[in-house]
Design a protein around this ligand. Structure first.
Ligand code: 5AD
Ligand code: SF4
Length: 481
């Protein structure tokens, strides 16, 4: 981030610098003037609202976008009536796309009443050419569209948007560029996501992510450590290292480094209490990583290990590159080495050609691994992926039946598994006051389970010892020790 004196040195009479991030600071200063002028005309501060769909990566990207908006003078509000609304979109399943179109309909009527209103769209959905065509044709009131590779340019794009009456579209197919040192707003003062890599090279046959997030690229370890040190200085006690496949971190760096090695460096940061990461691909999860987790004081006792399907036949068609047996062996090895760990997973039901017998195999794995939680999804066809052209003889009714059968087992297993700590005392990071009952606060255990217990806002951000008194399926009711 720039110091006040560095802002003074930016001369808007000169052409914008070519180098990043200075170019973006130039445009932030320019955008500040535009926002100030608009505010003066309206006689009030300009407001902005960010609506985020999808995963933790998108949540992190939105924090960067909000950081830029605050830097240039917007007041952030949580209301789509704001003067500027951005939608950070997801396209991993079709229902996420449909929700965005629904919201655009709503915001269009608001724009008719407020001619100053501006609407920006960004994120994964915008990386799909058919989506852009549809928006140009049917949602021409949108002011700005950009993708996943150029969010760091938000200030520059906003300046272009406020200087034009036409829709501004800036989408890049891919990039190897990583721009450091831009502002970011954090949703929580005490915990933060930290990108360690971008993109994905795995091309699971059902998944759109490699097409919309581009090729894998890792951030320099020095930049990651520096960012976490700054976060810790600023009060952060827990970080979540983010990447589509963190286990292949560092492979493409000039000086290659493994994810386990990076974790050991992060562990050394004084003042940092907890380390989480997301997501691990089973095929790349190394023994080195298991050993580092086992001996770590800070890495949380939780591993999200997407299974996707239980039958090897389906795993092969999905291009997951492991068999049912290999997955089970890996899960057993992890449990043997780190007995108190909680495992969670993602499962897709209804992949082309998946039968009830295949789903029985998935259920078998769920029972054997005993997940603390599993996110179950019905397969959604994504145009452009290899699976989109695979025939699917299974009917929607059969898929729904298979899904319900699996969900029942997932819930039963999780309820039993989550309750195993009842009566014990564990540390919890207090995250917020309970929405429904303001005499309670909610904390997160190292293994990611939530515990609600009597307390007040002064506990937020603190790691406290809590007795887990009652298990309620997916969470505990506890008491402060
Ligand atoms: N249909 C359904 N679920 C999907 N996922 C990814 N692509 C699809 C798809 N086409 C799920 C996977 C992944 C999670 C983030 O989303 O389970 O792990
Ligand atoms: Fe998609 Fe597979 Fe990459 Fe995960 S690892 S983002 S499921 S292609």
């Amino acid at each position: 981030m720039l110091k006040a004196t560095d802002w003074d040195k930016i001369d808007l009479n000169l052409a914008p610098p070519i180098e990043e991030p200075m170019r973006q600071y130039y445009f932030m200063k320019k955008a500040r003037e535009i926002v100030a002028e608009e505010s003066r005309k309206l006689g009030r501060r300009l407001t902005a609202d960010g609506e985020t769909f999808g995963c933790q990566m998108n949540a992190k990207d939105s924090e960067k976008l909000i950081g830029i908006l605050e830097e240039i003078g917007f007041e952030m509000i949580d209301d789509e009536s704001a003067d500027l609304v951005f939608y950070n979109t997801c396209t991993v399943r079709d229902n996420a796309n449909q929700r965005v179109y629904g919201r655009l309909g709503l915001v269009h009527s608001m724009k008719k009443k407020n001619p100053h209103k501006r609407i920006a769209l960004c994120g994964c959905m915008m990386q799909e050419p058919t989506v852009i065509e549809k928006i140009q044709k049917s949602y021409s009131f949108v002011d700005l569209i950009f993708g996943t590779h150029n969010i760091y340019k938000f200030a520059e794009l906003l300046v272009a948007m406020y200087s034009s009456d036409r829709m501004i579209i800036d989408i890049w197919k891919d990039t190897d560029k990583i721009v450091e040192d831009l502002p970011a707003q954090r949703k929580y003062p005490f915990k933060s996501g930290v990108n360690i890599m971008y993109g994905c090279n795995n091309f699971c046959s059902y998944c759109i992510v490699p097409y919309v997030r581009g090729r894998e690229r890792s951030r320099n370890p020095k930049d990651i450590i520096r960012e976490i040190e700054c976060l810790v200085d600023d009060g952060v006690v827990e970080v979540m290292l983010l990447g589509q496949n963190v286990n292949s971190y560092g492979k493409t760096l000039d000086e290659p480094m493994s994810f386990a090695e990076l974790l050991q460096e992060v562990e050394k940061i004084e003042g940092l209490e907890r380390i989480r990461f997301m997501t691990s691909h089973p095929k790349d999860l190394s023994d080195e990583l298991i050993q580092v987790m086992k001996h770590s004081r800070k890495i949380c006792r939780h591993l999200h290990l997407p299974l996707q399907a239980g039958a090897t036949r389906i795993l092969t068609a999905m291009n997951r590159r492991y068999t049912k047996e290999q997955y089970l062996e890996l899960a057993q090895k992890i449990r043997r080495e780190i007995p108190d760990i909680s495992l969670t997973t993602d499962i897709i039901v209804g992949f082309p050609g998946e039968t009830a017998e295949d789903v029985d195999e998935t259920i078998e794995v769920v029972k054997a691994v005993e997940y603390d939680n599993a996110f179950t999804f019905i397969y959604s066809k994504r145009t452009g992926t290899p699976a989109a052209t695979m025939p699917n003889p299974t009917t929607d009714e059969e898929i729904k039946e298979n899904f319900d059968r699996l969900l029942k087992v997932v819930q039963e297993t999780a309820r039993k598994r989550v309750g195993r700590l009842t009566g014990e005392v564990h540390s919890a990071l207090v995250e917020e006051c309970n929405e429904h009952d303001n005499t309670l606060v909610s904390g997160r255990l190292s293994n990611n389970t939530i515990v609600h217990f009597p307390g007040d806002a002064s506990l937020i951000g603190k790691i406290v010892e809590v007795r887990l008194v009652e298990s309620h399926g997916f969470y505990y009711i506890g008491e402060l020790q």
